[in-house]
Design a protein around this ligand. Structure first.
Ligand SMILES: Nc1ncnc2c1ncn2[C@@H]1O[C@H](COP(=O)(O)OP(=O)(O)OP(=O)(O)O)[C@@H](O)[C@H]1O
Ligand SMILES: [Mg+2]
Length: 618
């Protein structure tokens, strides 16, 4: 017999009782209850539930909702004990059966304490010390940062080191499984040893009960209930000078009492680091520690160490991803892991059996964040997958904005993504520059492909970057100094054009859309004296064009690419590839075509720049 609130579940008799009396419940609803209850607090995924309840039939997902809502009706005031964790599944919340209605009392036995110290953690002494100091003044201190970056571990360590500043032991509340304002408040009350009835818990009563002694409350993993946590934390610290609330969340609470501490990734070595410098990086130490705990040793000879450094850098110093990568060394070796990083969503799986479900795989960590985005922000997010480095607001608008998504959507979306730690922002002068970590980008790309938008976004990006390169080539400086600093002087760069070129001439692109970019990039490379690269890219473009149906490609652009190839080939004193010598019929040859001499400044043939899409989209 299992218990859930005031109910008893008899698995043998297949019935549900309330205070001993059998309660009517449909058999599917009973099955759902039995599966979730048997998991004893573990999260049960939708698929798991479907397989258990309908083992031989394929049924629509909304069947779960139908039977679940019947079940919740029967559970009445105990309905919130079956939690829906958005995008993940269902979970049974344990509530103390004998919780008495009424005032707070001192049953500290119910209080939740800090988890015991975890072995194998790298010390983050400087951050711990800073947080400890900040807790003296900050009423609500939020450790914010990307998923798996180490917020929870850092908060627990900081709370442990700060405990002496408080009269009572630290109260720890794990929020990951909670979904409602009420369940968050109940969990806080319980963790502080206050016994209040689930359905009548009131934040003012909890606040009153916490008044008095200095106390530290650690609310862990708040992002999916950020609104509820914001309201509750605000109410709890109002008028209570001695209470400190330490929160971990992928997104700040946005309340006046809050101070935000951004959790940084572990250090990674720069590309040209020496062996000593690589070994001094915390990310590398974590990788070696985890990999070596699973097998004899990872050699620390120079070549292998460099690969480890590279892996850590490409995983942006994120501890969870580094752990998952290190675990793969047993099967793939360091080199195998390094080579398969492009497929990181597939290979970075198989986390610790004891880890949270969202820490079992890299994809699950991003699923958790993605499930919390609204549809517009999801669209903005996936379209940013094209940017491998930093990008500016104008570039973002060029790929995001269209008839459906306005510039206001783009602004709202990027604001959300920055807040939720999916995009980082830094300021170069007055201009914002954005960046997705390589792992975030890999996830966004999966979403972009799944939505069937990749080809269109690649084409948009190619058109935009092409116009920018063209503007730069023509020396167009229409804008005022300030505007230029914000846009044209910083963007586009040759790197943007290279990335856009690679995309548009890849299997996911479209050479016909890319030809104009290819002609502008080839001219820009000639200008920059990068003849070998110009040769390689122009030859690639010409080769791709050869495979297009005749008459489908802009003749003028094709001619310019061929001319650039011709000029660059002569500059590197290589024989001209046969491909470039012929212009296909029936494409007309442009009337006037400039020849570019390698030693003369290059004068590209460009039209006036059309305004970038972002300037005209509203
Ligand atoms: N300092 C550290 N040393 C070693 N491993 C660490 C460290 N910090 C984090 N990790 C590893 O990374 C995993 C994820 O860390 P943590 O749970 O703190 O991330 P998080 O930022 O709270 O993630 P989420 O946003 O999903 O809650 C941990 O389970 C741990 O195994
Ligand atoms: Mg956490």
């Amino acid at each position: 017999m299992m218990e859930i609130g005031r109910f008893q579940i008899d698995l043998e008799m297949r019935n549900l009782r309330r205070d001993g009396e059998v309660v009517r419940l449909g058999s599917r609803a009973f099955d759902i209850l039995a599966v979730v209850a048997s998991a004893a607090g573990r999260l049960v995924t939708k698929d798991e539930l479907m397989n258990a309840v309908w083992p031989d039939t394929i049924v629509e997902e909304n069947n779960i909702q139908v039977h679940l809502s019947a079940l919740r009706k029967v559970l009445g005031p105990d309905r919130d004990l079956i939690l829906t964790v958005p995008g993940r599944g269902y979970q049974l919340l344990q509530r103390k059966k004998n919780a008495l209605p009424g005032e707070a009392n001192s049953q500290v036995s119910l209080a939740r304490r800090l988890p015991p110290p975890k072995s194998g953690l790298l010390p983050r002494a400087a951050e711990v010390e800073l947080i400890r100091a900040m807790l003296r003044h900050a009423h609500v201190l939020t450790l914010a940062g990307a998923g798996g970056i180490g917020k929870t571990q850092l908060a627990i360590e900081a709370a442990r080191h700060s405990a002496a500043q408080f009269a009572d032991p630290v109260c720890f509340v794990e929020l990951a499984a909670l979904t409602t304002h009420e369940s968050v408040l109940c969990a806080i009350a319980e963790s502080c040893g206050l016994v209040l009835p689930g359905t009548q818990t009131d934040v003012t009563r909890v606040a009153a009960a916490l008044a008095g002694k200095p106390r530290l409350l650690l609310l862990d993993n708040a992002e999916h209930v950020v609104g509820a946590v914001a309201q509750i934390a605000d109410a709890l610290v109002a008028g209570n000078e001695r209470l400190r609330v330490l929160v971990t969340s992928r997104e700040p609470l946005r309340i006046m009492a809050e101070t935000v501490f951004r959790v940084d990734p572990l250090d990674v070595p720069p590309p040209d680091a020496s062996d000593e410098e690589i070994l001094a990086c915390s990310a590398v130490n974590l990788f070696l520690l985890r990999a070596n705990s699973l097998q004899e040793t990872v050699a620390t000879g120079s070549a292998e160490l460099r690969l480890v450094g590279e892996i850590c850098r490409r995983l942006d110093g994120m501890p969870l991803a580094i752990e998952l990568a290190a675990a793969r060394v047993v099967a793939l070796g360091v080199e195998g892991v390094y080579r398969r990083l492009d497929d990181r969503m597939a290979i970075l799986a198989g986390g610790y059996r004891t880890a949270l479900p969202r820490h079992q795989t890299l994809r699950a960590t991003f699923d958790w964040s993605f499930a919390l985005l609204d549809p517009v922000t999801r669209a903005v997010f996936r379209r940013l997958a094209l940017f491998s480095g930093t990008f500016c607001f104008e570039s973002m608008c060029a790929v995001v904005c269209d008839e459906e998504h306005t510039m206001a959507n783009a602004i709202g979306g990027i604001t959300e993504l920055v807040a939720k730690s999916l995009v980082s922002v830094q300021f170069v002068g007055a201009a914002a520059k954005y960046r997705l970590s390589e792992s975030t980008r890999a996830y966004a790309l999966e979403q972009l492909k799944a939505e069937g938008e990749l080809r269109e976004i690649v084409a948009r990006n190619a058109r935009y970057v092409s116009r920018c390169v063209q503007a730069r080539l023509s020396g167009d400086r229409r804008d005022s100094e300030n505007q230029a600093a914000g846009a044209h002087d910083l963007q586009p760069t040759l790197d943007d054009a290279r990335v856009a070129f690679d995309w548009v001439f890849s299997a996911d692109g479209d050479p016909r859309t890319g030809i104009e970019l290819a002609s502008n990039l080839a001219d820009a490379l000639l200008d920059a004296g990068l003849f070998e690269e110009c040769c390689a890219r122009a030859a690639q473009a010409v080769d791709a064009l050869e495979r297009q149906p005749s008459g489908t490609v802009s003749a003028a652009s094709e001619q310019r690419v061929r001319a650039a190839l011709d000029a660059a080939s002569r500059a590197v004193r290589e024989p001209l590839p046969a491909l470039a010598l012929t212009q296909r019929a029936p494409n007309p040859v442009p009337k006037k075509q400039e020849k570019h001499e390698p030693h003369e400044p290059h004068a590209p043939a460009v039209a006036a720049m059309a305004p970038p899409a972002c300037f005209i989209t509203t």
